[in-house]
Design a protein around this ligand. Structure first.
Ligand code: SAM
Length: 241
């Protein structure tokens, strides 16, 4: 069962637009209590660092970072899994299966652990420190999908709330374009208002297709809308001197 009803909104978006595939890397901003991560973990077949090493003898493994394997080595005995004796060479060339995705969930609030997801709780996404923590977890892996279901505490003054959520989306987008792979996907929640057009225009500069999506599960929240950008164009090349 899902931790929140929001799961169904994401499932509906994926049903229509097929945003997830096994092996993908997903960053979920505003992840607590964790239902979007539950969906993403299943869709991309994500594993936590502790699980990477269990696959180390498979022929189709690819490399990720040393830190993850070090963490895995530390975590496995606690989970009752035997760490293989020749771990040291593997630690120099850490390994992960290409069909295994990575899901990183970030929130200001606490998030209960969920197998397969890496959580950064008590983390304000607008802070540089949080962005650095995300980059550490990514360790250079390009991101396939950036999700933002972040919502500020509603003041009840719709213009202020609108501006606050558009601010969060804009920040998510600015970060997203630095980590997404070409062709990648960005999905964010807004409460509609006067800033929608500017945000959509910004999305259009980065994505081949930008859609307004109103999942049926979101029908009750009248001003809520998701913006979906697909086909990330990549960052413009710096001109060569
Ligand atoms: N998608 C989540 C799920 O399915 O479980 C629900 C997300 S909830 C609607 C919005 C979340 O955004 C809240 O948990 C809130 O703490 C978080 N949030 C708001 N501002 C944030 C920020 N600056 N940094 C990180 N999280 C933030």
């Amino acid at each position: 069962s899902y931790r929140a009803r929001s799961a169904f909104k994401l499932l509906e978006v994926d049903e229509r637009f097929k945003i997830f595939a096994p092996g993908q890397v997903v960053v979920d901003l505003g992840a607590s209590p964790g239902s979007w991560c539950q969906v993403a973990v299943k869709k991309v077949n994500a594993i936590t660092p502790a699980e990477c090493i269990a696959d180390r003898n498979e022929p189709t493994l690819v490399h990720v970072l040393d830190e993850r394997v070090r963490l895995a080595a530390e975590a496995l005995p606690k989970r009752g899994v035997k760490v293989l004796a020749n771990l040291t060479p593997v630690m120099e060339k850490p390994l992960i299966h290409p069909t295994h995705g990575l899901v990183i969930g970030v929130d200001l609030l606490d998030i209960l652990p969920y197998p397969g997801a890496v959580f950064l709780p008590h983390s304000d996404f607008t802070k540089g420190k949080t962005k650095r923590k995300i980059l550490e977890q990514l360790a250079g892996r390009p991101v396939d999908v950036v999700l933002s279901d972040m919502a500020p505490n509603a003041s009840g003054i719709s213009q202020l709330d609108h501006e606050a959520i558009v601010g969060l989306c804009t920040e998510a987008l600015r970060f997203g374009v630095t980590v997404l792979r070409e062709g990648g996907t960005f999905l964010c929640k807004i409460w509609t208002g006067s800033g929608d057009q500017a945000l959509r225009a910004l999305l259009r500069t980065h994505f081949a297709v930008v859609r307004n999506v109103k999942p049926p599960a979101s029908r009750d929240e009248s001003s809520e809308l998701y913006l979906l950008g697909t086909g990330f164009k990549g960052l413009p090349q710096q001109p060569v001197e």
